[in-house]
Design a protein around this ligand. Structure first.
Ligand code: GCO
Length: 473
């Protein structure tokens, strides 16, 4: 009897380790993280309901639309090339005049009104306001104040983003967010802008997408400064979150700070396993989701930031103020990424399924994902404002169904009790899409960059219709 046990024991242990345990883990993972797929053939996307006092907006960012952003980390990056000589911007373009929104903003405000929008999210360009360390250009601040007053005069609620990926060259050359001692410069800049606009601006976004800024600039290397280090990525992400807390704390102390509604803007991209019965796909997907989504939400919930891989901590940081650093959370949502493990090409790659409806960017439409993102974000117990959602669609085939299906999914989350206060479509008009140059057409209005003519796309009608029916009731 004892010999039989000794012979069979290793076999039993092996079976448990290689079969029973993995199956148990898979069952738990599939149950805890369902993929959510709806049958759109049988869904009436006109069945939507939104709160009466809802922000219906469009979003842009200074560097992408204004023109004349010539002294920041991106203008230098756009004129640079990788070690093999290929340009940093895939199309070889530079921002240049962009949409000339710096001078054409009165016309653009009219376009916002014609959509039926009551809100507009924009950013202010740090390198124009503070071209040299400590030197603030009052004419630039006055220009932004004129823009805000014009929005107000048009009955449009402004939302101002203080940091949207771009840094003045002097800040970049000091090491930007690689060094925590540089955070004070962004705080001082934020206080200066707040003092200029606080009587007109209620909604403030501190930093746009810290995880995208950190991962694209310090891990993928596709954004400036083009570094590739997981440790630096964690450090920069930590310091951008510290900057968010410091800005929130500083602005709340200023006159008008108590009335201001201030929040961080988080891009939530789900990382899902391509093969839901394959543990390695799950392992990588959950690791990426924890690094770039959960680590930030945990900090905003608990004040504890843990940037770790397979339980091995890379960066730890603790600041209890993190728990109380938002009056709302800005959510940017586009899609999810399907992860496929592979030994070739760096352990994993992002893939799409044959039946996916592809966008012009390297991801597919996935309206159920904004529902999932809202449910996950509601765990912060904060009002949510969708600060970006849109599609790059040059031929305008999918813009109409994109808007209808994603807004249906938002409405479903609201029906289930998620506190959504507004929705800003990305973007008002075609603009400079960072490393993609001008190739990606996100605009509700197409822009002819030779003539600067704006033309409303047919697919954009969906947004006007939804706003009209929501506002008219
Ligand atoms: C971002 C930025 C925007 C982009 C938009 C489309 O998420 O990268 O906030 O500036 O242009 O999201 O990719």
């Amino acid at each position: 009897m004892q010999n039989t046990l000794l012979i069979w024991l290793p076999v039993i242990i092996t079976l448990i380790l290689l079969v029973v345990l993995p199956i148990g883990v898979l069952v738990r993972l599939r149950r805890r993280y369902p993929e959510t797929k709806w049958d759109w053939e049988w869904t009436d996307t006109s069945e939507v309901a939104f709160p009466k006092r809802f922000l219906w907006g469009v979003a842009t960012a200074a560097h992408q639309v204004e023109g004349g952003c010539t002294n920041n980390n991106w203008s230098r990056w756009e004129n640079g090339a990788t070690t093999d000589g290929s340009p940093h911007i895939k199309t070889g373009e530079v921002t240049g005049g962009a949409c000339e929104n710096w001078t054409r903003y009165p016309e653009d405000i009219e376009l916002i009104r014609e959509l039926g929008c009551n809100a507009y999210r924009m950013s202010v360009e740090w390198s124009k306001i503070e071209p040299r360390l400590g030197e603030f250009d009052e004419t630039v601040l006055a220009h932004y104040r004129e823009m805000i007053l014009a929005l107000r005069a048009a009955g449009i609620e402004p939302m101002v983003t203080l940091h949207h990926f771009t840094n003045p060259l002097w800040f970049e050359d000091l090491g930007a967010f690689e060094k925590s001692e540089n955070i004070k410069y962004l705080v001082r800049f934020s206080e200066k802008v707040f003092a200029t606009l606080r009587d007109q601006v209620t909604y403030w976004c501190t930093l746009n997408e810290p995880a995208v800024y950190a991962s694209m600039g310090y891990f993928m290397g596709d954004f400036p400064p083009g570094k590739r280090s997981i440790k630096l990525t964690g450090t920069v992400l930590k310091n951008t979150l510290r900057a968010h807390v410091e800005i929130y704390t500083a602005l709340k102390k200023l006159p008008g700070g108590d009335r201001a509604k201030i929040g961080l803007v988080k891009n939530l991209t789900q990382f899902d396993p391509l093969r839901r019965t394959f543990l390695l796909d799950w392992l990588i997907a959950r690791t990426l989701h924890n690094l770039f989504n959960t680590s930030i939400y945990q900090f905003l919930k608990t004040g504890k930031f843990l940037f770790s891989i397979l339980g091995i901590p890379i960066i730890r940081y603790h600041d209890d103020r993190g728990k109380h650093s938002n009056d709302f959370i800005g959510l940017n949502y586009y899609s999810r990424l399907l992860v496929k493990f592979g030994l070739r090409g760096g352990l994993f790659k992002f893939v799409m399924r044959p039946d996916d409806v592809k966008t012009d960017m390297a991801y597919a439409m996935y309206p159920e994902g904004i529902y999932r993102a809202l449910m996950e974000t509601s765990g912060l117990n904060l009002p949510i404002i969708i600060t970006e959602n849109g599609i790059a669609d040059k031929v305008d085939n999918n813009r109409f169904p994109f808007i209808r299906t994603y807004l249906y999914a938002v409405s479903q989350a609201i029906k289930e009790g998620v506190d959504v206060r507004g929705y800003f479509y990305w973007s008002l008009m075609d603009n400079f899409e960072w490393a993609e140059g001008y190739s990606m057409k996100f605009g509700l209005y197409a822009v002819d960059f030779k003539t600067q003519e704006r033309t409303l796309r047919a697919g954009s009608e969906a947004y006007r219709m939804v706003i009209k029916s929501a506002v008219d009731g």
